[in-house]
Design a protein around this ligand. Structure first.
Ligand code: WTA
Length: 632
């Protein structure tokens, strides 16, 4: 078997050579990488694709099971190595180290539990759980038997959970009696029960006891700890085709319901592992910590799959950076001698607001590599991170990618290629980015600015939107035929380093979470006293962006506090992450003569601008701009 080590870039020239090979002969290149993994049957052809259909098939007719590569393979070389290092919400609760051997056993046991609930290959399983080791066990147990996992972030509301369960027609729900989040206890089971009222496809629910509250389960619900006593710990892995579905993960779009992005087994496996090793330059003794939640793609690819495929020790943290105080992250780094720390700009900005003595009272000398993901990082935050956390000696990888791309697309390679504040820098090996102008023509790759697009497939590109291939085509492949269109703008410097300038659609990134403005407006409009609404994003010091809602009421004389009502309604329909900072009641919205809301003007007002709205005389109702300004 080939060794992956021979394909990891360890110097800048090495990166350039590998990059060149990956572009000149992608099939040969990815064949080599794929041959470093364990397959049940080798593939016939590396890639079949058609951007117009669109269709992407990697490692055609190859057979594998990703858990064999995440678990079984490591049992031969290093069974006792810690796979998961779990740090609980409460610093007084003991952390846990789970070896590869133990994780393998727990996964097999839980896979058998799923089988006992009639789950088989292709069935969808919804996972709505806190950040505890059982969440990773659940994910891998699905993959073990070929069931498709759909993890729903445990901060989503019951309405959002039900919508996701119903979209994928999940057969089983895995949840917990509750979850700890800083000083709060979240009543997960009640939220789940509320959702289940509308979910006919769910045949059984398995509940993990995490907080230990006295609850009685409903019919078709069982306790996790009882179920695992009923089965053996032997579970051969299901043979999966490269293109069989591995998971569905929902992400919000600029319009309509959330998009269930579908990832497949073979390509996702190869790409998540290959990028993990190149970007982070992980070495066998390192302790790697990504602070994301497994409810997001970052957690899927860089807490679970990438690290476990690479035999790494991956940290799972249940809590929040502010509990018991704002030094928690730094305490954990010292406690577990973390070498790799991967977090989001919004967390960095929030932590930078507090006294640096909270950082300096901890020994952070174990750190070698820092990373950021989720949104553009501003220069001030980058410099604070570099100086105070990295002590100016740790490379920072600014990784640009998406739920849809499955793995990192643009980033420096830690200590191997140069980093540059606010720049995601260079394409990953195998990735061919371009900048397009508004006419869809490629512009210069140096000192350019435009719409970012990718002109060649990569192994972990999402294959479709679950149940809606036309929508997949329309969103990502229609505006610029022949390219994948991610929805971000970018510019390049004179060395061809990329800097992401932000979304070019109606998606706003708030604290690193993608939020489509249309679904939030839909939620507001559910209120019987709302006529119409418009939600826009505006720059915010810590969150990157915040939301402001402009709402027209049917009756603005009523006694109730409509601003709070609307915030609560959004919380209930989508989740607290989508709550606007400001709800402004208005008597009208600026519109074009064809009736389109002029969001550009609302964005400016929300950003605090008082003038320079351009020519507003052509609006249907130009006087409304002044009125909104006066009341804002
Ligand atoms: C944004 C998260 C700038 C971008 C992995 C993208 C970034 C969206 C970066 C995807 C970065 C992510 N610099 N912007 N390093 N990383 N983004 O699907 O707008 O939650 O399209 O995936 O986040 O968010 P998603």
């Amino acid at each position: 078997m080939k060794k992956i080590e021979n394909f990891i870039a360890r110097s800048e020239s090495n990166y350039e050579q590998l990059y060149k090979k990956s572009i000149e002969n992608p099939s040969e290149f990815w064949n080599n990488i794929a041959e470093t993994f364990y397959w049940k049957k080798k593939w016939d052809k590396t890639l079949d694709y058609d951007f117009n259909k669109p269709e992407f098939k990697w490692f055609v007719n190859g057979k594998l099971n990703i858990t064999e590569n995440c678990l079984d393979r490591h049992l031969i070389e290093n069974p006792k190595k810690t796979a998961i290092l779990f740090e609980p919400n409460d610093p007084n609760e003991k952390s846990q180290k789970i070896s590869y051997e133990e994780l393998h056993k727990r996964v097999c046991v839980f896979a058998n539990v799923l089988k006992s609930k009639n789950v088989s290959k292709g069935d969808r399983v919804c996972i709505y759980m806190p950040m505890v080791p059982e969440l990773t066990v659940a994910v891998l147990a699905c993959a073990r038997i070929g069931a498709v996992h759909s993890v729903v972030f445990a901060g989503f509301s019951s309405t959002a959970l039900a919508a996701r369960i119903n979209d994928a027609k999940c057969k089983v729900l895995l949840t917990a009696d509750g979850s700890f989040r800083g000083p709060k206890v979240i009543d997960l089971i009640s939220i789940a029960n509320h959702a289940l009222v509308d979910c006919e496809s769910i045949e059984s629910t398995i509940v993990l006891k995490r907080i230990g509250s006295e609850i009685s389960l409903k019919p078709k619900q069982t306790w996790w700890h009882n179920e695992i006593l009923e089965v053996t710990h032997e579970c051969p892995s299901e043979e999966m085709d490269s293109e069989d579905m591995l998971f569905i993960l929902y992400t919000s779009g600029s319009t309509g319901k959330p998009k269930g992005m579908v990832h497949s087994c073979g390509g996702y496996m190869i790409y998540s592992a290959y990028t993990f090793l190149n970007v982070f330059q992980y070495r066998p003794k390192d302790i790697y910590w990504c602070t994301a939640d497994i409810g997001w793609i970052t957690g899927h690819s860089y807490i679970v799959y990438g690290p476990l495929l690479s035999g790494a020790t991956t940290v799972m943290f249940e809590g929040v950076p502010s509990f018991p105080d704002f030094s928690r992250f730094w305490n954990i780094i010292e406690k577990h001698k973390i070498t790799h720390f991967y977090t989001a700009p919004t967390a960095i900005r929030a932590l930078a607001k507090h006294s640096v003595s909270l950082v300096d009272s901890n020994d952070l000398s174990s750190l070698k590599v820092l990373g950021t993901v989720g949104e553009p990082i501003n220069e001030e935050a980058w410099n604070w991170y570099d100086k105070n956390i990295g002590k100016s000696k740790c490379p920072i990888v600014d990784t640009w990618w998406q739920t849809e791309t499955g793995g990192i697309m643009l980033s420096s390679l830690a200590g191997v290629t140069k980093d540059k504040p606010t720049f995601a820098t260079k394409p990953m090996i195998g990735i061919q980015p371009v900048l397009l102008n508004n006419d869809g023509k490629e512009t210069s790759s140096k000192n350019g600015e435009g719409i970012l697009a990718i002109k060649y497939p990569w192994p972990s590109i999402a294959r479709t939107i679950y149940g809606d291939h036309d929508r997949y085509k329309n969103i990502y492949f229609s505006a610029y035929p022949g390219y994948y269109f991610p929805g971000d703008g970018a510019l390049t410097d004179n060395e061809g380093n990329y800097r992401i300038t932000g979304r070019v659609d109606d998606v706003v990134i708030v604290s690193g979470h993608n939020l489509g403005t249309a679904p939030i407006e839909d939620a507001i409009n559910l209120h019987p006293n709302v006529v119409e609404s418009a939600v826009v994003g505006y720059p915010h010091d810590i969150k990157g962006n915040a939301l402001r809602a402009f709402v027209i009421l049917l009756n603005d004389k009523i006694e109730i506090d409509m601003e709070n009502e609307i915030k609560n309604l959004i919380s209930k329909t989508i989740g607290p992450i989508a709550k606007p900072d400001v709800v402004q009641i208005v008597s009208g919205l600026p519109k074009t003569r064809s009736g389109k809301i002029m969001r550009r003007i609302l964005r400016k007002i929300a950003s605090g601008e008082k003038e320079n709205f351009g020519d507003i005389s052509t609006l249907l109702n130009p006087e409304i701009v002044q009125e909104i300004l006066e009341k804002s």
